[in-house]
Design a protein. Structure first.
Length: 310
């Protein structure tokens, strides 16, 4: 037994020693460092399009990389390319800025073998002067300093490139589907509205899928309700108001989006009479109806002034 205990203790000590031996100090981390000040100087110059300062800060062999690029032949951007990028953003974006994200702060990492790196966690912000498109996206940057720490040798940027692609698309005219002024889906909406006017709620709600969702601009943002709840609300409304007519305003549009989107937009004057006061109430309403693949309405959004019913 004694031998077994000694073996167990020896095994524990051996494991502890092995665990300790796996640690290796590869450098130091600083939250204050000359390299961090250099990074701030670079960021200020980049946002301002300060060509002179950027030329001095960046090494002649500077390379800038997209850290998410998967092209094996990708060579990155050279010094002049980075300067041109800075000049573009500074002249093209209103309110252009790069600021720290939340409570984050930059770190300077002095590696034993690979030199000094500066890591930042920021937000890229600006509004294009021509298109009005706003770019506001997290951006993480890693700067590799020269051996003497006075210049930036390379920069690795990690950002959501989808927003920059969307930004690029704003300078193009891109078709996203076809618009129809007459279509079976438009007839479905008309059938539903006409059924409401005639008091045939069964026919009206047959036009909706059982899992349809209803949104109302007068409800709290993001709140939706079911088909049965919508019908109950309409039935409650009709206890106090009589439908006089529901008149099409202009004409509906069916938007057949590229992909799966199918939406009918329509505009109406809903005319009611208050049963208690005899007062006429006219509600101008805009409706948006989404359709599933079998032609049933799966979503309704209603825009109108609900206070007119008060």
């Amino acid at each position: 037994m004694k031998n077994k205990i000694q073996l167990t203790i020896a095994a524990i000590l051996a494991l502890a020693t092995a665990a300790m031996s796996q640690k290796n100090n590869n450098g130091k981390i600083f939250d204050e460092h000359p390299g961090i000040e250099l990074m701030h100087k670079f960021t200020k110059a980049y946002v301002a399009g300060d060509k002179t300062t950027l030329e001095a800060i960046l090494t002649d062999d500077f390379r800038g990389y997209n850290g998410l690029n998967t092209n094996k032949d990708y060579k990155g951007k050279d010094k002049q390319g980075l300067i041109n990028e800075s000049i573009y953003w500074s002249s093209q974006l209103k309110g252009f800025k790069i600021t720290k994200r939340g409570k984050s702060y930059p770190d300077a990492l002095e590696y034993k073998k690979s030199g000094t790196w500066i890591d930042t966690w920021d937000v890229f912000y600006g509004v294009d002067k021509e298109t009005g498109f706003k770019i506001e996206t997290p951006i993480d940057r890693s700067f590799v300093l020269s051996k003497d720490g006075t210049q930036i040798k390379s920069m690795i940027v990690r950002a959501n490139m989808a927003i920059f692609q969307k930004y690029s698309n704003t300078f193009s005219t891109i078709e996203n589907g076809t618009i129809y002024k007459d279509h079976p889906y438009i007839n479905t909406v008309r059938t539903m509205i006409s059924a409401l006017e005639l008091g045939d709620l069964d026919l009206a709600y047959e036009q909706f899928a059982d899992n349809a969702k209803f949104n109302d601009i007068n409800a709290p943002r993001g709140e939706s309700h079911s088909k049965s709840d919508e019908r109950a609300q309409v039935e409650d409304l009709l206890t106090n108001f009589e439908i006089v007519s529901m008149d099409e305003y202009g004409y509906p549009d069916y938007l057949a989006y590229n992909g799966d989107g199918s939406t009918v937009l329509s505009w109406w004057n809903f005319r009611f009479k208050n049963k208690a006061t005899g007062e006429d109430v006219v509600i101008f309403i805009h409706l948006s109806h989404d359709f599933n693949k079998v032609g049933k309405i799966i979503g309704q959004v209603a825009y109108y002034d609900g206070s007119l019913f008060n």
